[in-house]
Design a protein around this ligand. Structure first.
Ligand code: FAD
Ligand code: NAG
Ligand code: NAG
Ligand code: NAG
Ligand code: NAG
Length: 506
C-alpha cells in the first residue's frame, strides 16, 4: 500500500491537536509530510471549476503543499453555477447570487483574495397569489415578512427559532474542520452536526416538520412556499433540511461579491496555482498497479478522446446526475453513482418595463416593490421576479422605478415563451435565459464522498441543500479527507462525539 501509516494522530491528549495543526499549516506542508515520513502525492485531478472544485483546489494545495501538481478540468466556464450575464454593458448574477453572513468559508475567501463585498440596494418584496399581492414587507428582507405576526400568530417566531437552532448546529462544522476532522459521507457529516435530528430532516418533507412545530398551514402557504419556490423552484415537499437552508437565506444579513461571485473561483484557482484544463472529462478509469496502488486516469473529450496521466487522487466536483456523461471504467465491482436527476430551473435576465398591472398596479409609478414572490397555487408560469443590480454597484446607483426601463431577473421552471414575457413585461429590450441544472430532485439517492480510496465526490452535498457555502464546506471536507487518507490518519475521519472531543483537546 502506498498509504503510509501516519506517525501522528493516535490517542488522545495533544496528539490530535498536533495532527490538526499540521493539517492546517499551509506553508509548512513539506514539514507535515516529513513528520509522517511520507511523500506527497505527485498529481491530483479536480473535475469541475465551480466554487466546489476551486475551493477544493485551494484546500488541497494548503494541505498537500507546493509540490503536488493540481489539474482542474472544466468543460464550461470557471464559476459553474456562479455566473454572470451582460445586459446593457453591465453584468448581473445569473446563478448563485446572495451569500449569508454565516457563510464563513466564502467570507474567508473574499478576504484572502482581497475581493470586496458588494453594496446592497434595498427594496421591498411582496408575495403574489396570482390575483393580488397578499403580503408585503416593509424592507428588502423576508425577515420583515416574519414581523407580520398579526397575520400568522406565533408561526413566524416558531419558524425563526427553528431555523436559528439549525444554523447554530450547522456552524459547528467550522470548528470541526479547523480541528482537521473529515467525513466520508454527507450523512456522517450531518450526523456529527445535528445527530439523528439532522438525518431525519434530510428524509422528511419540510411541510411535515413545520406542521409538527406548530407553524400554521396559512404561514406555510403564504410565506414558506413562496421562498422555497423562489430559491429551489420546488414545493414544500422538499426535505426539511433543504428548506431550512433556504429559509436561513431569507434573512437580512446577505451579501455578494463585487464584480461577481465567480471571482472567488477564479481567485482560488490562481492562488492555488492550479493548472486549469479546459476540457470535458468523459470517464474515470481505475488503474491498479502491481503494488495494489490505486490510481485513476481520466479521458477528456476532444477531436479525439485523450487519456490523461495517472492521478493519485481525483475529486469529482461536478454533479453526477444521470445526464453527467461521466462513466466509470474498470471498477470491480462497477461504480454506478446513482445521484438521480437534477431538475431544470431557468433564470431570465430581462431589460424592460415590468407589467405592474399584472400585480394590481395599473400605474407603474405606484408600484412599490423590488421583488415579487409567488404562491404555489395557482401554478403560475414564473416563480418570482425581482429587480437586480449590477455586480458592480457604483456609488451613485439608484434603483429605478417600475415606470422606467430596468433589469429584472425572472425564475421559472421552463424557458419563458414570448407570450409569457409579454405578459410579465409591458415591453422589453432584451431577455437572456440561462437554463440551469439547478438542484437534485427530492428523493434522489445518496452518494458517498469517498467513492473508492482516492476517488472523492463533492456534490453529494447538493442533496442537503445546494448553496455556494455548502460546496465550500464540502470542498474543505474532501481536501481534509484526501489528506488523512493519503497519510493514513484514520482517527481524523468519521469520529463520533466531536463536540466533546474538541472541548477536551483544547
Ligand atoms: C439559479 C440559481 C440560483 C442560485 N442562488 C443561490 C444563492 O443565491 N446563494 C447560494 O449560496 N447558492 C445559490 N445557488 C446554488 C449555488 O449556485 C450552487 O450550490 C453552487 O454554485 C454549486 O457549486 P459547485 O462547484 O458545487 O457546482 P457547479 O457550480 O455546478 O460546478 C460544477 C462545474 O463542473 C463543470 N463540469 C461538469 N461536468 C464536467 C465534466 N464532465 N468535465 C469537466 N467539467 C465539468 C461544470 O461546467 C461546472 O463549472 C443557486 C443556483 C442556481 C442554479
Ligand atoms: C429520527 O427518526 C428516528 C426513526 O424514525 C427516531 O427514532 C428518532 O428519534 C428521530 N430523531 C430525532 C432527533 O427526532
Ligand atoms: C410537490 O412536488 C412534487 C414533485 O416535485 C409532487 O410529487 C408533489 O405532489 C407536490 N406536492 C404538492 C403539495 O403540491
Ligand atoms: C468591478 O469590481 C471589480 C472587483 O472589485 C473591480 O476589479 C472592477 O474594476 C470593477 N469594475 C467596474 C467597472 O467598476
Ligand atoms: C399586463 O397585465 C395585464 C393584467 O394581467 C394584462 O391584461 C396585459 O395584457 C398585460 N400586458 C401588457 C402589455 O399590459
Amino acid at each position: 500500500m502506498r498509504r503510509l501509516p501516519g506517525s501522528v494522530g493516535g490517542g488522545g491528549g495533544f496528539r490530535p491537536l498536533l495532527a490538526a495543526l499540521l493539517a492546517l499549516s499551509s506553508a509548512s506542508s513539506a514539514t507535515a509530510s516529513a513528520h509522517v515520513d511520507g511523500t506527497p502525492p505527485s498529481r491530483i485531478a479536480v473535475v469541475g471549476a465551480g466554487i466546489g472544485g476551486s475551493a477544493a483546489a485551494h484546500f488541497l494545495r494548503r494541505h498537500f503543499g507546493a509540490d503536488v501538481q493540481l489539474d482542474v478540468y472544466e468543460k464550461g466556464e470557471v464559476g459553474g453555477r456562479l455566473s454572470t450575464v451582460t445586459v446593457n454593458r453591465e453584468r448581473y448574477e445569473s446563478g448563485g447570487a446572495v451569500l449569508h453572513s454565516l457563510n464563513l468559508h466564502m467570507r474567508d475567501f473574499v478576504e484572502q483574495l482581497g475581493l470586496k463585498y458588494r453594496r446592497g440596494v434595498s427594496g421591498k418584496t411582496a408575495v403574489f397569489d396570482g390575483a393580488e399581492v397578499i403580503l408585503e414587507e416593509t424592507d428588502w428582507y423576508l425577515l420583515d415578512l416574519f414581523r407580520l405576526w398579526w397575520r400568522y400568530g406565533i408561526s413566524f417566531i416558531r419558524l425563526q427559532m427553528w431555523v436559528e437552532e439549525i444554523m447554530e448546529k450547522f456552524v459547528r462544522i467550522y470548528k470541526y474542520q479547523a480541528h482537521g476532522y473529515a467525513f466520508s459521507s454527507v450523512e456522517d457529516l450531518l450526523d456529527s452536526l445535528g445527530g439523528s435530528g439532522f438525518l431525519n430532516m434530510t428524509r422528511r418533507p419540510l411541510s411535515d416538520s413545520l406542521l409538527e412545530l406548530g407553524v400554521s398551514q396559512r404561514f406555510i402557504d403564504e410565506v414558506v412556499a413562496p421562498v422555497i419556490r423562489l430559491n429551489y423552484g420546488q414545493n414544500v415537499s422538499v426535505p426539511a433540511f433543504v428548506g431550512a437552508v433556504s429559509l436561513a437565506g431569507a434573512h437580512s444579513n446577505l451579501w455578494a461579491v463585487e464584480g461577481g461571485n465567480k471571482l472567488v473561483c477564479e481567485g482560488l484557482l490562481k492562488t492555488a496555482n492550479a493548472n486549469l484544463v479546459p476540457a470535458r472529462v468523459t470517464s474515470v478509469r481505475l488503474l491498479r498497479s502491481a503494488g495494489d496502488v490505486l490510481q485513476y486516469q481520466l479521458s477528456v473529450a476532444g477531436e479525439e478522446e485523450a487519456a490523461t496521466a495517472a492521478y493519485d487522487a481525483v475529486v469529482l466536483a461536478a454533479p453526477l446526475g444521470s445526464g453527467s456523461g461521466v462513466s466509470f471504467l474498470d471498477f470491480d465491482p462497477p461504480l454506478e453513482p446513482a445521484q438521480g436527476d437534477y431538475y431544470g430551473m431557468v433564470a431570465t435576465v430581462v431589460h424592460g418595463y415590468l407589467n405592474t398591472s399584472l400585480f394590481g398596479f395599473p400605474d407603474p409609478r405606484l408600484f412599490p416593490y423590488a421583488g415579487v414572490l409567488t404562491t404555489a397555487a395557482p401554478a403560475l408560469f414564473f416563480n418570482g421576479v425581482a429587480a437586480v443590480y449590477p455586480v458592480n454597484v457604483s456609488l451613485g446607483f439608484r434603483r429605478k422605478g417600475a415606470h422606467e426601463a430596468g433589469v429584472y431577473k425572472v425564475f421559472s421552471p421552463k424557458v419563458l415563451t414570448r407570450e409569457q414575457l409579454k405578459t410579465l413585461f409591458r415591453s422589453y429590450y432584451s431577455a437572456q435565459a440561462t437554463e440551469w441544472q439547478a438542484y437534485p430532485r427530492a428523493g434522489s439517492t445518496a452518494a458517498p464522498v469517498e467513492m473508492r480510496p482516492g476517488l472523492y465526490y463533492l456534490n453529494g452535498v447538493d442533496r442537503a441543500g445546494g448553496a455556494a457555502e455548502m460546496s465550500a464546506v464540502a470542498a474543505k471536507n474532501v481536501a481534509l479527507l484526501a489528506y488523512h487518507r493519503w497519510y493514513g490518519r484514520s482517527l481524523q475521519v468519521d469520529r463520533k462525539d466531536l463536540m466533546h472531543r474538541i472541548k477536551t483537546e483544547l
